[in-house]
Ligand binder design. Structure first.
Ligand code: B16
Ligand code: MG
Length: 216
């Protein structure tokens, strides 16, 4: 394959915002008397905001405790706190090696896109000073089927005008690896907790992203 595009997940690949998600869900859970720990947080990686709250409710056997309107209000509260943490991000918070890897890819003429299910992706990228590094950022609000469905990766490939078979997807979540594979792309995993499909290449950290070994 001659790679023409790289499609990056955001949280866990470009920046570590999982800690902010954890602190925000923990604050909401404590307020509501719900159990929430790191293991539950791990299950929320790559999962949409509402689905994440539903997983927390399910873990607590509290699926029917809130109406849909109440759930919307509660996830808004969680998001307001999360956004206040995101606003503290600076360019120094990009994960190790990522900025260099993207520069190298762009220098080699590859297109780069972001396939994040986060509705805060544009804000996160702007706080990192990284918005202009990408040719396309998918709008999570407009992609109906979330990861593990391939849709968000396919939307990126289409927007870039590149065949999915000529794309490499980079992800830290199992749901994301499944999405990349279902899209027919080559997958690179970053410290994925593998419970099903293995990524084609699995690295422990973004600092191991070596352009010459990964892009072919
Ligand atoms: P938001 P990714 C995902 O981002 C996170 O991994 C996941 O934990 C979070 O619930 C989701 O974004 C939604 O984020 O509440 O900001 O819309 O890994 O797909 O970049
Ligand atoms: Mg992620």
């Amino acid at each position: 394959m001659k790679t023409k595009a790289l499609i990056f997940d955001l949280d866990g690949v470009i920046v570590d915002t999982a800690k902010f998600h954890f602190m925000s869900w923990k604050a909401l859970s404590d307020e509501l008397g719900l159990f929430f720990d790191e293991a539950v947080n791990e299950r929320l990686k790559g999962v949409s905001r509402m689905k994440s709250f539903e997983i927390i409710l399910e873990v607590n056997g509290a699926e029917d405790r809130f109406s849909d309107a109440e759930k919307e209000e509660l996830i808004k509260k969680k998001n307001d706190l999360y956004v206040s943490f995101v606003k503290t991000l600076t360019p120094d918070d990009m994960l190790p090696g990522i900025a260099e890897f993207i520069e190298r890819a762009k220098g080699a003429g590859l297109k780069c896109a972001v396939a994040s299910v986060s509705k805060n992706a544009p804000l996160v990228l702007s706080c990192l000073g990284a918005a202009d590094k990408f040719d396309y950022v998918a709008d999570a609000a407009k992609v109906e089927k979330s990861k593990p469905a391939p849709d968000i990766f396919l939307v990126c490939a289409e927007a870039l005008g590149v065949d999915p078979a000529e794309c490499i997807g980079i992800e830290d979540a199992q749901a994301g690896i499944e999405a990349i594979k279902a899209a027919g792309m080559f997958s690179v995993g970053i410290n994925v907790t593998v419970t099903s499909a293995e990524p084609d290449i699995h690295l422990k950290s973004t600092s191991e992203l070596d352009f010459d070994k990964i892009v072919f």
